[in-house]
Design a protein around this ligand. Structure first.
Ligand SMILES: Cc1cc2nc3c(=O)[nH]c(=O)nc-3n(C[C@H](O)[C@H](O)[C@H](O)COP(=O)(O)O)c2cc1C
Length: 257
């Protein structure tokens, strides 16, 4: 019985070793990349796993259901989040496509309590103006279902504030270089950012304290960077309330030709 047991273990061990070698080989073959120069510029081959229609429908539906669970949150916990998570989220955002691949964004991450306090004070000053005369009546009416106001305590509670800056141009070796479609590019990057935050099990608020120029000053950003969005990121508070909103159906968001 003992010998048999040992034989079984060594058989399993060898089987596992063979399987792992094979899987490595298959992976190497699957990702074998060819390279060439086109007009002097490096190109590589790209392959994407083909999924059958049935599986595609399931995957796309699952992804929609999961993304549909993302919500904007305004009640944050102050529980710390590992820095590496935020780094991974930023790397994900930066995989977004961008005009002429200029990646015209800088993600500023604020953890420092003093700086968060200064940002809150400056944001609340602007927001007080907005809610007390600067915003037109229609805008205020549209905000009523969200029950937002000038108070922004989440700017101090959330463990991280990510401030996205849009580069309307770049400065390389002291020369001004164009970026292209910087607004569109930053918008897509923030979409990726929000998806990555959701995937990590965290929540965010897409915040636009308007006007946002105080952020460039407080964070000492260069002339070519303009504040785009401010996102507090962290865990949802234990008691977290969100507006009970509906999302438009396919018939209202699409036109097919
Ligand atoms: C560009 C943009 C700016 C926004 N600005 C604010 C803001 O300043 N304050 C706020 O509380 N929510 C803001 N929001 C969040 C929206 O109110 C929220 O996305 C919307 O109500 C839908 O809710 P959901 O994200 O949970 O689907 C903003 C969203 C976007 C996309």
């Amino acid at each position: 019985m003992l010998i048999k047991k040992r034989d079984l273990f060594s058989f399993l061990f060898y089987l596992l070793a063979i399987l792992s070698t094979l899987s490595c080989k298959f992976r190497q073959i699957a990702v074998m990349i060819k390279r060439k120069l086109i007009d002097g510029y490096p190109f590589i081959t790209y392959t994407k796993e083909k999924i059958d229609s049935k599986d595609m429908i399931i995957r796309s539906k699952d992804f929609f259901n999961w993304m549909n669970e993302r919500r904007t949150v305004r009640d944050f916990s102050d529980e710390p989040v590992p820095k590496e998570v935020i780094e991974n989220i930023l790397l994900t955002a930066s995989t977004a496509p961008s005009g002429a691949h200029k990646q015209p964004w800088t993600f500023c991450v604020v953890q420092n309590a003093d700086l968060k306090k200064q940002i809150r004070q400056a944001a609340e000053k602007e927001e007080w103006e907005s809610y007390n005369g600067r915003l037109p009546a229609e805008w205020l009416a549209d905000l009523r279902p969200l029950q937002t106001d000038w108070k922004k305590d989440f700017l101090e509670t959330a463990p991280y504030l990510i401030i996205v800056f849009k580069k309307s141009y770049e400065v390389i070796e002291e020369k001004k270089r164009n970026t292209y479609y910087a607004v569109e590019s930053c918008g897509i990057a923030v979409g990726f950012l929000l998806a990555a935050i959701h995937k990590a099990g965290l929540v965010a608020l897409t915040h636009t304290p308007s006007p946002m120029n105080f952020l460039a000053k407080l964070l000492n950003r260069p002339e070519n960077e303009k504040p785009f969005l401010l996102l507090p990121v962290g865990y949802a508070a234990d008691e977290c309330w969100i507006p009970d909103l509906d999302r438009k159906g396919l018939d209202r968001i699409s036109a097919w030709y």
